[in-house]
Ligand binder design. Structure first.
Ligand SMILES: NC(=O)C1=CN([C@@H]2O[C@H](COP(=O)(O)OP(=O)(O)OC[C@H]3O[C@@H](n4cnc5c(N)ncnc54)[C@H](O)[C@@H]3O)[C@@H](O)[C@H]2O)[C@@H](O)CC1
Ligand SMILES: Nc1ncnc2c1ncn2[C@@H]1O[C@H](COP(=O)(O)OP(=O)(O)O)[C@@H](O)[C@H]1O
Ligand SMILES: [K+]
Length: 525
């Protein structure tokens, strides 16, 4: 699992070392790690000696890291320039940079365009304007420089600790920000690098150890990300004596005469993700299509047989089907069954949901949900609001509803009602296609049906994550998001990285589960 921390948690972990006079050592390690990554990136493109690098240096320690890193790179034969943006610079960093032969220029309102053009053609730009000490975003000439460079599409941008202008705690972005190809972050991953829109500006994130990692191990992460080994451990294992009922039966109230495809995709995805059986509850027209695609499913009209979990809402439209979803929800509440609440069923929530109800809105649906919640205080929340502050709103929705909330997007965030957050970003932008969310709902439903007992009572893989039982549903939702994202990436790779349909994502699900299981079997302790 990758853990991400707030800026304050990182500073607290650094403090004892700063108090004992080791600040310079920390900075040296950070700068050396940054220089190593920059050198590796440049060398993968051309010869290092003679390559050009410009460091954009603010006045704080982030600028100091950048200047020390540039000094290392100068000694390895790179042509180095520093643009000092604040009229002053980290004194020791600047001294080291100058001693290594670096050239310095000062940014002023009058020379923004000129300096932007001067460095845009460099082999690499290091963004060391602002780090965890930032209050708000870039201002004045620094902001203009970042905006101008963004327009000029530099060859390679490496962000020092985090892209400047990004909030380290939340991923909120104060525009303009210079998008990074790689972010080299120090000591611990900043939470803002694992939530959009911040993650979208950060490129690939590389962690450099500086000696505070043991201290961070005792902190509760702000955000967690499951790695393939965690997912392998959490995926349900049928066991040799399994039969279809022990595997888990999923009931599905999805689709409608108007949106029959949602039922077809949800049911088939659930079958492919390993549900022992799927009971489809819905109108005849939709059921005929469901059974044509998934003859393994059962069609039940209004009194479905026993299930271990429900999937409600994808493509549900019209009073008749809404009523079936309402009834299934009431039965799930009475029997304490876990439920995936998607799309049309998001308007059917009880006063207070249990944590084993997992809501799966996209940003627009979350905005509608929050606007309609009386407990949110009658404020209108827009899709833009959610997209600008997804971490805030996913937590708020989980807290106010009591449910686990999975907010879909390029980075998918899952929050438990207690505020434990998972972030998965395993997909490709080709997954933004109609029906993709229906497939996710089917995968999650199948995992719920198979894992209910395990999540409630497990002393193994879930407990090993150190989560309270109510937070384990969020981990399971993160597993589903990751499997779905990996399936999209794998399916797209089959087409040389080309576009996808929801059906193609779905077909890759068994291969993803198979390979995660195989990897886990090979590497398990
Ligand atoms: N504390 C340490 O010893 C270490 C810190 N490290 C680096 O230090 C960074 C944090 O350094 P600092 O605390 O100096 O903070 P920053 O380097 O982020 O910058 C803070 C400085 O910029 C000014 N500032 C804040 N917001 C601004 C804005 N919106 N526009 C313009 N100026 C603004 C502040 O007045 C302050 O002088 C980390 O991100 C990391 O790169 C690393 O070297 C590792 C060790
Ligand atoms: N840019 C993106 N990159 C990766 N995955 C994405 C991106 N945009 C959307 N997705 C994923 O695609 C799915 C879209 O779901 P949704 O919006 O509900 O679509 P639909 O309602 O058509 O099924 C979600 O799982 C989401 O996380
Ligand atoms: K930075």
């Amino acid at each position: 699992m990758i853990s991400a921390f707030t800026g304050q948690q990182i500073r607290d972990a650094e403090q004892p070392l700063l108090d004992s006079g080791e600040g310079a050592v920390l900075m040296h390690r950070a700068a050396y790690g940054l220089a190593q990554v920059v050198a590796r990136e440049v060398k993968s493109r051309r010869k290092l000696a003679g390559a050009s690098v410009t460091v954009l240096a603010g006045k704080g320690n982030n600028g100091g890291d950048g200047l020390f890193a540039a000094a290392f790179l100068a000694r390895r034969g790179m042509r180095t320039m520093a643009i000092l943006t604040a009229g002053e610079a980290h004194p020791e960093g600047l001294a080291a940079f100058v001693a290594a032969g670096g050239r310095q220029l000062s940014l002023e309102a009058a020379n923004v365009e000129e300096l932007a053009v001067l460095c845009a053609g460099d082999d690499v730009i290091i963004d060391a304007l602002l780090g965890t000490g930032a209050r708000g975003g870039l201002r004045g000439a620094s902001a203009e420089l970042a905006a101008a460079l963004q327009e000029l599409h530099p060859r390679l941008v490496v962000a020092c600790d985090l892209p400047s202008g990004l909030d380290a705690n939340t991923g909120v972005v104060h525009w303009p920000v210079l998008d990074a190809d790689v972010t080299v972050t120090f000591g611990g991953v900043k939470a803002g690098l694992m939530a959009d829109p911040g993650e979208g500006c950060a490129g690939r994130v590389e962690l450099v150890r500086i000696g505070i990692e043991d201290a961070l191990e005792h902190c509760r992460p702000e955000i967690r990300r499951l790695a393939s080994s965690d997912i392998g451990a959490l995926l349900p294992d049928p066991g040799r004596r399994a039969h279809k009922y022990s595997r888990g039966v999923l009931g599905v109230v999805a689709g409608s005469p108007r949106f029959a495809g949602a039922a077809v995709l949800g049911v088939h995805a659930a079958a492919l993700a390993g549900a022992g059986m799927v009971r489809y509850v819905g109108p005849r027209e939709a059921a005929q299509l469901v059974l044509a695609r998934t003859p393994e499913a059962l069609w039940e009209t209004d009194h479905p047989g026993r299930v271990q979990a429900w999937l409600l809402g994808s493509g549900v439209d019209g009073e008749e089907q809404l009523e079936r979803a309402r009834n299934a929800g009431a039965s799930a509440l009475a029997h304490e069954l876990p439920v995936v609440v998607d799309a049309g069923a998001l308007s059917l929530l009880p006063q207070r949901c249990p944590a084993h109800w997992i809501l799966t809105p996209h940003a627009g649906e979350l905005a509608t949900l929050l606007t309609s919640l009386p407990s949110a205080g009658e404020v209108e929340v827009t899709r833009d609001d959610v997209e600008s502050r997804p971490l805030h709103y996913v937590r708020q929705a989980a807290e106010l509803t009591g449910a686990t909330v999975l907010l879909k997007g390029a980075t998918t965030l899952v929050s438990s009602p207690s505020g434990v957050v998972f972030s998965q970003s395993d997909g490709t932008a080709w997954m933004a296609t109609a029906g993709s969310g229906d497939v996710l709902a089917g995968v999650l439903g199948a995992l719920l049906a198979q894992s209910t007992e395990l999540v409630r009572h497990d002393d193994g893989a879930y407990a090993a994550l150190g989560l309270d039982p109510a937070d384990r549903w969020a981990a399971l939702a993160a597993v589903a998001a990751s499997v779905h994202g990996r399936a999209g990436t794998l399916a797209s790779a089959d087409f040389e990285g080309g576009p996808l349909t929801a059906s193609a994502i779905m077909r890759a699900v068994p291969r993803v589960i198979g390979s995660l299981n195989a990897e886990y079997d090979r590497t398990r302790p």
